[in-house]
Every structure is written in C-alpha cells, then in structure tokens.
Design a protein around this ligand. Structure first.
Ligand code: RUB
Length: 301
C-alpha cells in the first residue's frame, strides 16, 4: 500500500478506530522513509516532517497517532546521516506499535475480569479494545450478551456486530436512539476512546456522551477502555482536544438546498459519567489520566 493509499483509507474510514489509525499511519510513514530517495539528511528530515504533518491532519482527534509521530520527530533529532535517520524512524515505529499491541492485550485481560456471567453489555461504535475484552471474556467461558448500536452516520456498529457474532457472542443491534429505551436491561456500557484529556474527559464516537447520560440516569455502570497512548499531553498544555468535522454528505447525500448539516465525528463524555477507565496500567478513574499523562509524555508543547 502506498502512502497516499493509506491516507485515503484513513480518510474514508476503511482504516478506522484510534488504535488502527495510529498503527497503520505509522507503518505508512516507516515504509515511506525506508523507500525515500532523499539525497541527504536535510532532505529526508523535511520529507519525514511533511509526511507526519499530513498524517496528523487527516483525523484530527487521534492523539495515539500524534504521540507516535512526536516520538519519531524526537528520535530523528540525533540523526547525522540518512541511514541513521531511517534506522531511528524504523526502530521508533516498531517499538511504539509493539507497545500498543502489548497494551491492548493487557487491557483485554484486565477488562474481561469486569464482565460477569449473566451481564448484558452495551457498546457504541467499533473499538478494538472493547471487542478484544468481550472476545477474551467469551474465550474464558463467561456467558453474557452484547448489544451494539448502529452508530450513525457510518454504521461502525456493524463492524462490531460482525466481529462479535463471528466470536459466537449473542449479539443484538439497536438504532442509536434506542439506547435509553433499553438502558434498564444493561449491566455495563463499555466504549473505546480516541482521546482522554488531562481533566478526565473521554473523547469517543459521537453519541457516546448521550448514551452515558442515559446510563447515569438508569444507574448503569459505564466504562471506557483505551491505551495510555490515547492520553493527550497537548491538553495538559492547555490545548482543547480538536473534534473532527466530517463531510455533511455522510449524513445526507442529497439534502434540500439551503439545509446546513453539522457532522462532528466525536464528543466529550465528562468524568462524572464514566465509572472507570481500563488501561494497560489497570483500572483507574479518568481523572487519574493526568498523572499518567505527565509521567508518560511530559508536556509536549
Ligand atoms: C472509532 C471510535 C472508537 C475509538 C476506539 O471512530 O470512536 O470507539 O476509536 O477504538 P471512527 P480503538 O470509526 O470514526 O474511527 O479501541 O480500536 O482504538
């Protein structure tokens, strides 16, 4: 796959979810650097920076990718030749991806302990962390049911539903707006995250906060699952987490003339609506993200 093909697939969501976007984006950068025809170190570094800027801008709400790109940028500062730079980029990308993969496996192990026999678990959108937890729980013999929302406008809930059905987990799909209607039957609302801010807000697929609100009202337990690579150090430095605005045509292909359509991809769920966060370091409160963020990343701005 060429760099431009990866960019296109991330843009049109053939590659979707924070973790997949980070992994595939960084692999594309590494391939590009390894095949680069740059004649000297300055040329190569400029290429890496330009490509990184392009990658970071495709989906603005993805700190797992941005954090990886920052590590790549820091690694090449000590490069004195093109060969050096290539090795540093490749080593950094491989290490980061391996760490993400280990973190995910740990999250699946920790998270599955929170799935009890007889539970009905509601999820929204498609998260590799959530699907991994549910599959692990099922492999470990837990008997539970899953409910997935469709996740309008792009129906990522269908990806989740397909993966859960393939894993032989009894699964039901609902339209997004049915979440409140069924909330009294839900034991746990579990969702992934694209970003966690320094003040403990969880950024995930549009609609998550509305479902979390319905869960709070029904006293249904709510949690998120994500790697600490999604904690955004820019928010520690005062930046607002950017929210990606998607094309209006995703909502309505041929709307009547004069109608404006607003199509944000994500929303913020406040810490008071999230009972716990499952990350590779264990079960924490979302507000503890700030401490881990500081230890892991420092302030990067
Ligand atoms: C995906 C989404 C997922 C998070 C977490 O949105 O909101 O819940 O990215 O996923 P989109 P993961 O389809 O717009 O990318 O746990 O796989 O990182």
């Amino acid at each position: 796959m060429t760099f431009d093909e990866t960019i296109a697939k991330i843009k049109n969501l053939e590659i979707q979810s924070g973790t997949n976007v980070a992994i595939e984006g960084l692999k594309a950068l590494e391939r590009e650097v390894m095949q680069s025809k740059a004649k000297n170190i300055d040329e190569l570094i400029k290429e890496i920076k330009d490509k990184s800027t392009r990658l970071a801008s495709i989906r603005s709400t993805e700190p797992a990718l941005r954090n990886g790109l920052k590590l790549v940028d820091a690694s090449i500062s000590s490069a004195s030749s093109t060969r050096d730079a290539r090795e540093l980029v490749s080593g950094t990308v491989k290490k980061y991806i391996t760490e993400i993969e280990h973190a995910e496996e740990r999250i699946w192990e920790i998270g599955e302990r929170r799935i009890m026999d007889g539970y009905t678990v509601l999820t929204h959108c498609h998260s590799t962390a959530v699907v991994g937890i549910l599959k692990k729980a099922s492999e470990n013999g837990k008997e539970f049911k899953a409910i997935c929302t469709e996740t309008r406008p792009l129906f990522q809930g269908r990806i989740t539903a397909r993966e859960l059905v393939e894993a032989k987990i009894p699964t039901t799909m609902i339209v997004d707006s049915a979440a409140r209607k069924i909330m009294n039957d839900i034991d746990l609302f579990m969702f992934g995250a694209d970003a966690v801010t320094s003040d403990g807000f969880v950024v995930n697929k549009i609609g998550t906060s509305l479902i979390a609100l319905a869960a709070k009202e029904a006293r249904t337990m709510t949690c998120t699952a994500c790697e600490t690579f999604k904690f955004d150090p820019d928010t520690l430095a005062g930046e607002w987490e950017p929210i990606e605005k998607r094309d209006p045509s995703e909502v309505w292909e041929s709307p009547p003339k004069g109608l404006s359509i607003y199509n944000p991809a994500f929303d913020f769920t406040p810490p008071e609506l999230v009972d716990f966060l499952i990350c590779e370091e264990g079960i924490i409160n979302t507000e503890e993200a700030s401490r881990i963020m500081r230890e892991k990343w420092g302030m990067t701005k």
